[in-house]
Ligand binder design. Structure first.
Ligand SMILES: [Zn+2]
Ligand SMILES: [Zn+2]
Ligand SMILES: [Zn+2]
Ligand SMILES: [Zn+2]
Length: 224
């Protein structure tokens, strides 16, 4: 499985050519990608969705003039955060921006807006408008995921191999990364003396929070 290797470059993949780029390079690449169609008449907006406290995680999304914030809410839920239908908002607590608003009428390049999913165990993201683009979206789509990060380095804390699970029960610590074998040996949920609660590891800033389970296998970045 492909994972990030350089802890300061935060690599990910372009959905069109499936090549690897750093978080910084990808923005420029998307305009020169050979697999994309360009059209001078199109002026779409490119957004970066990021987790401010977890820089490994990023999505690049493009929207046309019809896309609303509710379309972006749905995309973020589908790709990254949906666990049990919590509430979400754009803006901040007490200063919410209506989801019916058209994104391109709300954000211009250089602007950013907050996003909060779940007001209890919240996942807080920031959406930055990074520029206009004349690249086409797939047929009839108003909004599209065009690039995203690989799974950040996540090795089992006991033995060092690629983790597959997160234990959120172990006392005192944040989520503990676990492989299948060590899960059986050390994180036995039937163990009555210690608390263990295993969730599947996810390529998402919501990994290990509430009951979050990824919608796709760990090595799959895009739907098709
Ligand atoms: Zn590409
Ligand atoms: Zn939940
Ligand atoms: Zn292990
Ligand atoms: Zn545990």
């Amino acid at each position: 499985m492909k994972t990030q290797t350089n802890s300061r470059k935060y690599e990910g993949q372009c959905r069109f050519c499936r090549q690897e780029f750093t978080k910084r390079e990808i923005i420029r690449h998307l305009d020169s990608c050979e697999k994309r169609k360009r059209n001078e008449k199109i002026k779409n907006l490119r957004l970066r969705v990021a987790a401010p406290c977890m820089p490994n995680f990023w999505l690049i999304v493009e929207v046309n003039e019809k896309a609303k914030l509710k379309d972006l809410d749905k995309l973020i839920r589908d790709v990254w955060v949906e666990c049990c239908g919590h509430l979400s908002l754009f803006g901040n607590y007490g200063n919410e921006v209506a989801k019916r608003r058209i994104i391109m009428e709300t954000l211009q390049p250089g602007d950013s807006i907050g996003y909060i999913y779940d007001f209890g165990s919240s996942t807080e993201l920031i959406i930055e408008a990074v520029g206009y683009t004349n690249c086409e979206l797939d047929d009839d789509k108003r909004i599209e995921l065009v690039a995203r990060n690989y799974l950040p380095p996540s090795n089992c804390q006991k033995c060092g191999v690629q983790a597959t699970l997160v234990c959120v029960g172990c006392s005192g610590e944040r989520e503990v990364l676990v492989c299948d074998e060590c899960a059986e040996k050390y994180h036995n949920e039937e163990n009555e003396e210690e608390e263990h609660y295993l969730l599947p590891l996810a390529n998402s800033p919501r990994s290990g929070i509430c009951g979050y389970e990824p919608s796709m296998p760990l090595d799959k970045l895009f739907e098709e």
